[in-house]
Design a protein around this ligand. Structure first.
Ligand code: CA
Length: 220
């Protein structure tokens, strides 16, 4: 899953980027509010979540949030800030944030709050997405088929999650690449095909269907 991190503090940004990458997320890190607005507007739904600092150069996090909500963008936003006054939290949530976390925080709590927000997209009580005998656990980042653990890479996991979140909806190769890779990451032209090929080998040839000229889909 691809995350936009909007944070001007280099230490915090670096630490969070590394920790999130370790958890298997693809992270784009931006350091000011105006550039973040451009990134969100051009992402075309590729971000599963935005982690938003409030005190930012050029445009404040609160103004950025108000702008994107006014424009109808519903991307999940988790405010991460040192401002801990009740009035700040209320303002953030009223402006359209989905959750609010006060610095300093533990990475464990950040991870849990992110998973809770990402779950909302698929309206599930737990971290597990199921389809037939396939189960994907976003908490432990593991996959089982018919109860048997499947050894899976971080990219394969992200690809499978993207398809399982919207069963029956085909994703194009470009949409999948957007979800799997951050800026500046070299994407070989056949990478998505290779991941799909490997997933079929691990999960069964029928696990992912190709829709010619459209893309890939799980389910009908
Ligand atoms: Ca800041």
């Amino acid at each position: 899953m691809r995350i936009l991190l909007v944070e001007d503090d280099p230490m915090i940004g670096k630490t969070l980027s590394a920790a999130l990458a370790q958890d298997g997320y693809t992270v784009d890190w931006i350091k000011d509010g105006t550039a973040a607005r451009v990134a969100i507007d051009t992402a075309d739904g590729a971000y599963s979540l935005v982690l938003l600092d409030l005190g930012l150069p050029r445009k404040s996090g609160l103004d950025l949030l108000k702008d994107i909500r006014r424009a109808g963008n519903k991307v999940r936003v988790l405010i991460v800030t040192a401002r801990d006054a009740v009035a700040d939290r209320v303002a953030g949530l009223d402006a359209g944030a989905d959750d609010y976390l006060v610095k300093p925080f533990s990475l464990d709590e950040l991870g849990a709050r992110m998973r809770a927000l990402l779950r909302r997209d698929i309206a599930r009580e737990d971290n597990v997405i199921r389809h037939g005998d396939l189960a994907l656990d976003a908490g432990s980042r593991s996959v089982t088929r018919a109860g048997t653990p499947v050894d899976i890479s971080a990219r394969e996991f992200a690809l499978l999650a993207a398809l399982l979140e919207r069963p029956g909806t085909a994703l194009s190769k470009a949409q999948i690449e957007e979800r799997l890779y951050g800026w500046g990451e070299e994407v070989e032209s056949n990478t998505v095909e290779v991941h799909v090929h490997n997933l079929r080998k691990k999960l069964g040839a029928d696990a992912i269907r190709t829709i010619r000229g459209v893309g890939y889909v799980i389910g009908k």
